[in-house]
Design a protein around this ligand. Structure first.
Ligand code: 1CP
Length: 346
């Protein structure tokens, strides 16, 4: 039997590890030819998400191909808005689109609180299948978008550079905004609890659009809801990745989570100082550096590992890997982390 790899979980909990665990955000996806082969046979992205056997297969592909220390379940953050009553389409090479959006108190009232196990049962089933297929090989990460990031898509209706409609809503209808945030939070909670019950070993919360809010609004409309989620999740470690929220690092350090994700704009040493020693840090290699030559990649990875140190650290990128990144460079990133000589710095 293969040896159980629980490096990620031990690092998340602050236990000693023989080497730094490594995985990549968006590792299951278009960087892998195996993924593209499956994807091209289907009607679209949603068919892949909603077919548990296929979602399981593409979740395991990067574990086989890249030998990373974790799998992340293949799904999307937009399953929750859909489960609450706002269906989306994934438009090829453009991104998500919600034909109906939330604009008023009446729209908020009409949404339901999702029941994760029932309404997103296909991903819960995919977790069950993946957990069984992995058989302890590496931990399985479950995930959700954070309330603010889901709110942003539900108001805006699609991706956006500014999310100005979503931000406008916070100023014009603060009460309805809080009510929506609360409904989203309860939906997320039901969903991540179901993920854990199905076998997820760690939950990562993505606040991908954290960085577009002013600090005060982030403190009012995002953090309290993330805090509710962290407070209610004591079964497994939780990672909070708030992209661009450099201004909120101190407050994120106070959340009841075990891991804080950093993007590539955040300095490791400054982040450690602001967040404190009680959290594991995750990140924060610039995904664009993976377009550089491999000597540069190796040099920069070692630099990153030296700065973060061996304690309470998980190696990753500062955001998702870009789909056209050369696969050999992704492998170079993973292998350099795994080959790094710990003894040198003891
Ligand atoms: O063509 C394709 O196959 C679709 C591309 C794709 C993929 C592979 C989308 C559309 N979603 C996913 C999977 C996905 N999404 C995962 C799978 C597991 C893994 O990481 O390997 C995860 C964790 C997500 C999460 C997600 N979806 C986030 C949060 C993380 C982040 O990158 O910030 C966000 C913001 C989304 C929305 C989304 N889904 C897809 C796209 C193109 C977008 C971004 C839309 C925009 O521009 O705002």
């Amino acid at each position: 039997m293969q040896k159980k790899n629980d490096l990620l979980l031990r690092a998340a909990l602050g236990e000693e590890v023989e080497r730094t665990p490594v995985w990549l955000m968006r590792q299951a996806g278009r960087i892998l030819p195996q993924y593209r082969a499956i994807r091209n046979k289907l009607s679209g992205f949603k068919e892949l998400v909603q077919t548990p056997e296929l979602a399981c297969e593409v979740t395991i592909q990067p574990v086989d191909e890249l030998d990373v220390d974790a799998a992340i379940i293949f799904s999307d953050i937009l399953e929750i808005p859909e489960a609450m009553g706002l269906p989306y389409k994934m438009v090829e090479s453009k991104g998500p689109l919600f034909p109906k959006t939330i604009q008023s108190q009446a729209d908020v009232d009409a949404l339901k609180i999702a029941d994760g196990a029932r309404d997103i049962g296909y991903t819960i089933e995919a977790i069950r299948l993946t957990k069984k297929a992995l058989n302890g090989r590496v931990p399985l990460i479950g995930f959700s978008g954070c309330p603010w990031t889901l709110f942003a898509y539900m108001i805006e209706g699609s991706g956006s550079k500014t999310f100005s409609k979503a931000r406008r809503m916070l100023y014009q209808q603060p009460e309805a905004s809080h009510q929506l945030m609360q409904k989203i939070t309860l939906s997320i909670l039901s969903y991540i609890k179901a993920q854990v019950a199905a076998g997820a070993d760690l939950i990562q919360l993505f606040d991908s659009w954290a960085g577009i809010l002013p600090p005060q609004q982030y403190a009012e409309f995002s953090l309290p809801y993330i805090a509710q989620l962290c407070d209610a999740m004591d079964e497994v470690p939780v990672t909070v990745f708030a992209k661009g929220a450099y201004f909120a690092r101190e407050a994120i350090g106070q959340l009841d989570c075990q891991v804080v994700g950093l993007d590539w704009n955040m300095s490791p040493s400054e982040s450690r100082q602001l967040i404190g020693n009680q959290k594991t840090l995750q990140g924060n290699f610039d995904p664009c550096l993976l377009y550089a030559d491999q000597n540069t990649i190796r040099k920069e990875v070692r630099k990153m590992l030296e700065i973060f140190g061996t304690n309470r650290y998980i190696a990753n990128l500062g955001h998702g890997v870009y789909p056209d990144t050369p696969l050999d460079n992704v492998k170079c990133f993973v292998d350099t982390v795994k080959e790094y000589n710990f003894s040198k710095i003891y």
